[in-house]
Design a protein around this ligand. Structure first.
Ligand code: ADP
Ligand code: MG
Length: 366
């Protein structure tokens, strides 16, 4: 299995219309419709153009629907096949992570998360209706944030939270958060209510880069329990809106912000190191070095991972855009072992998902 990394370049804001666009998406000869490469100048030598290759690049004209249909919808059948799915948005503050994952209120602007839920409910209805053996599907949610390397339950009101955060407990290869609320979720309406309420609990604080910048990693877990006859299979889809990956030196952060940035960067830095180590097929993957990587455990368990690299097109973000592209570059050629979630009772075997990986190369051009 592989980590699939795709890039999305957001449109210019109205306020950015006078800013120079320096990030371009270009097609390649084998597929002239979908762009697959991103170019941007080397900040140290503008004559030099860097090219990064992806399996898919979405430019300013890409809709939420297109992104979902191409990249997220295909993961739903893997989830129902008993495999875990992880989808995350990576990028500096203001590049469109929350827009991509959560999205806007209108139907067209809905992000990957509500669309994923909608797709899961649709498939659950289909499976329940069409299975020969009686099948029941139960969906529940957990939602937490990691802020300053502490885990907080977003289904818990902020005044009830312990400042120390929730502890982690090792469970096989993966760490689980102890005491996390799990909410049953029976419809899209249920979901919207729970999700909107919980999002009010997210820690946000102003930074110089963005008035309400997200300084925490928000991790939504959608747990699927499928009971067919006497066999129960559990799989989880995790959707992660990562904290901004920007370099804190540029934001001229106050001391408190610097502490935050250091923690945020610790998790992101470890994520990058893990991804790199997986790519090299190292025996030791440094998962344990941050909370996020202990919990997410990409590459090591049976998770299918889609990373959406969010980018802003304008010069203001030049250095951060390059850092993000370099981060993605580390994820090339990641092979992940394919292991099914153990059914509670032994049952029939299933086909192994075919989810193609990709290679990303950085090629400095002259
Ligand atoms: P982040 O979560 O990475 O900090 P946001 O998702 O908050 O970034 O996006 C920053 C701003 O850009 C928001 O006003 C958002 O609505 C807008 N935006 C981001 N991506 C898009 C897009 N694809 N289309 C239109 N507006 C977008
Ligand atoms: Mg955000």
């Amino acid at each position: 299995m592989a980590i699939r990394v795709i890039a999305r370049i957001r449109p210019q804001h109205e306020k950015e219309l006078d800013k120079e666009i320096i990030v371009s998406a270009i097609g390649n000869s084998s597929d002239s419709i979908h762009p697959t490469e991103i170019t941007l100048p080397n900040p140290r030598n503008e004559k030099e153009i860097f090219t990064f290759q992806f399996s898919s690049v979405y430019d300013h004209s890409a809709t939420q629907q297109q992104l979902f249909d191409n990249e997220v919808a295909p993961t739903i059948k893997h989830l129902f096949g008993g495999f875990d799915v992880t989808i995350f948005a990576y990028g500096s503050t203001g590049t469109g992570k929350t827009h991509t994952m959560r999205g806007g209120k209108s139907l067209a602007e809905r992000g990957m998360i509500p669309r994923l839920l909608s797709g899961i409910f649709r498939r659950a209805r289909k499976v329940t209706k069409e299975s020969v053996v009686e099948t029941r599907v139960k969906i529940s949610l957990h939602y937490f944030e990691i802020y300053n390397e502490k885990v907080f339950d977003l289904f818990e009101a902020p005044e009830k939270r312990s400042l120390a955060g929730l502890p982690l407990r090792d469970n096989g290869n993966k760490a689980v958060v102890v005491g996390l609320t799990e909410r049953p979720c029976e419809s899209l309406k249920d979901f919207e209510h729970l999700y909107d309420q919980a999002n009010l609990n997210r820690s946000t604080s102003a930074t110089k880069l963005n008035a309400v910048s997200s300084r925490s990693h928000a991790i939504l877990g959608i747990k699927l329990e499928m009971k067919t006859g006497d066999q129960t299979r559990i799989s989880t889809a995790s959707a992660i809106d990562l904290a901004g990956s920007e370099d804190n030196r540029r934001t001229e952060n106050q001391k408190e912000r610097m502490v935050e940035s250091a923690s945020i960067n610790k998790s992101l830095f470890t994520l990058a190191k893990c991804v790199e180590a997986i790519g090299r097929q190292d025996v030791r993957i440094p998962y344990r070095e941050s909370k996020m990587t202990r919990i997410l455990n990409i590459g090591q368990n049976n998770s299918l991972t889609v990373m959406i690299l969010n980018l802003a097109p304008v010069r203001t973000y030049h250095q951060d855009t390059l850092s993000s592209l370099n981060f993605a570059n580390r994820t090339k050629k990641i092979e992940v072992r394919e292991i099914e979630n153990e059914p509670v009772f032994k049952g029939c075997s299933r086909a192994v998902p075919t989810f193609t990986g990709l290679s990303i190369q950085r090629q400095p051009l002259r």
